[in-house]
Design a binder for this molecule. Structure first.
Ligand code: TXA
Ligand code: MG
Length: 359
């Protein structure tokens, strides 16, 4: 057991002393969790193999699942990549610092432990002053997966990090709630055409507008494809999973609410503790042990922000069975739906003939 220090940091008035200490922990091979605009990250020095090993151990994560290297200045990318395609430059100019991760050819200084043995490296510049100051204080290269135990929803609050990793890491920087709430968009720039490996706040449309050409999407993003290894190794694990068994229900609003309530009633009669994840518009229709609205139908960014905390709250209340309404599958809604489907192990019920996606 390590004693985990929790330090509150205000992003407007950065506490330089605490950040220097945190940077030193990273430089000397320790681990520090920190806020980003997407979710909290579990940081270690990306250029020390031992640090990456410690990250895997602390999370209980398989070591073939590569880490994202976080940088704080564009110029620093040269050291860790073999070549910088013009499109990486364009995307960085448009979206960095921000919720976009680019996959590029890796340089030899990046240890195989950091990239899970791959010849490519994932790079991102987060849009959070605490994160940027920490990366700088640590020497420029911080490997950071989401700061949750493997298989748990990503943390959007420092409390979530403490819940999962207390006693396993040296320090947590508490910078308040993550404002986006879902992990960064990952785009692979090592193939002939750019391909989205994980949807996020930066959408395909936004990428295409900057690049001026079509951007592909990993085919398995919104469904389970058997027998194909996903390009982002992390996408093959059952991530973001609440303890309760989860089902997503899609279709017209009325049919969805009716179906969810019917299934919930059946389960409650059978003695299960049922949680329902819905929108504010439909919340009053439901009766269950816990009914939680993630956001409104119009503002799916709000659902993105609350999703993981709500999944964790179902766990805390020992909910054994969760039903969730589906989301639109457009814009950030696509990322929300991608995470919901993963949490549900791709268990989806489509009511009626008109599915919501086609409305
Ligand atoms: O928003 C985020 O990206 C957060 C914050 C902390 O920055 N980080 C994050 O890291 O979500 P993680 O480790 O939970 O997810 C990283 C994903 C995994 O699915 C991993 O397989 C994929 O990125 N990945 C990393 N390096 C890769 C590479 N070289 N090629 C393909 N996929 C890669
Ligand atoms: Mg993760």
């Amino acid at each position: 057991m390590i004693k985990t220090r929790i330090e509150t940091v205000n992003e407007k008035y950065l506490d330089r002393k605490v950040l220097a200490e945190a940077g030193n922990i990273l430089k000397t091979g320790g681990l520090v969790a920190f806020p980003t605009e997407t979710v909290y990250g579990l940081g270690g020095d990306a250029l020390q193999r031992e640090s990456s090993r410690k990250i895997y151990a602390a999370k209980g994560r398989p070591s073939d699942n590569p880490l994202i290297v976080h940088i704080c200045r564009w110029e620093d990318i040269g050291k860790i990549t073999r070549k910088i395609p013009e499109e990486a430059r364009k995307l960085a100019r448009a979206f960095w610092p921000g919720p976009l991760t680019m996959i590029l050819e890796k340089a030899d200084v990046v240890p195989a432990e950091t990239t899970g043995g791959l010849s490519t490296v994932a790079v991102r510049m987060p849009d959070n002053p605490i994160a940027l100051a920490l990366i700088d204080a640590a020497g420029g290269y911080v490997a950071a997966p989401s700061a949750n135990l493997s298989g748990k929803p990503s943390p959007t609050l420092a409390e979530h990090v403490a819940e999962d990793l207390s006693g396993r890491i040296e320090m947590v920087l508490d910078g308040g709630a993550a404002c986006i709430g879902l992990e960064s968009t990952i785009v692979d720039l090592t193939e002939k055409a750019p391909v989205i490996l994980r949807p996020g706040f930066i959408t395909r449309d936004m990428l295409e507008k900057v690049l001026g050409r079509p951007v592909g999407e990993e085919r398995s993003l919104m469904g389970m494809e058997e027998g194909r290894a996903p390009k982002a190794p992390g996408m093959k694990y059952r991530h973001y999973a609440p303890a309760g068994e989860m089902t997503v229900v899609a279709g017209k609003e009325q049919e969805v609410t009716k179906t969810i309530q019917r299934l919930a009633d059946e389960k409650m009669r059978a003695g299960e503790k049922v949680g329902i994840l819905c929108s504010r518009e439909t919340k009053d229709f439901y009766r269950a042990d816990r009914v939680e609205a993630a956001g409104t139908r119009e503002d799916e960014a709000e659902a993105a922000r609350h999703l993981y905390a709500l999944l964790r709250s179902f766990d805390r209340h020992h909910v054994t069975c969760i039903y969730s309404e589906a989301f639109s599958g457009e814009g950030i809604g696509q990322a929300v739906m991608n995470r919901l489907l993963k949490a549900a192990g791709y268990h989806i019920i489509k009511t009626g003939e008109n599915r919501r996606e086609s409305e």
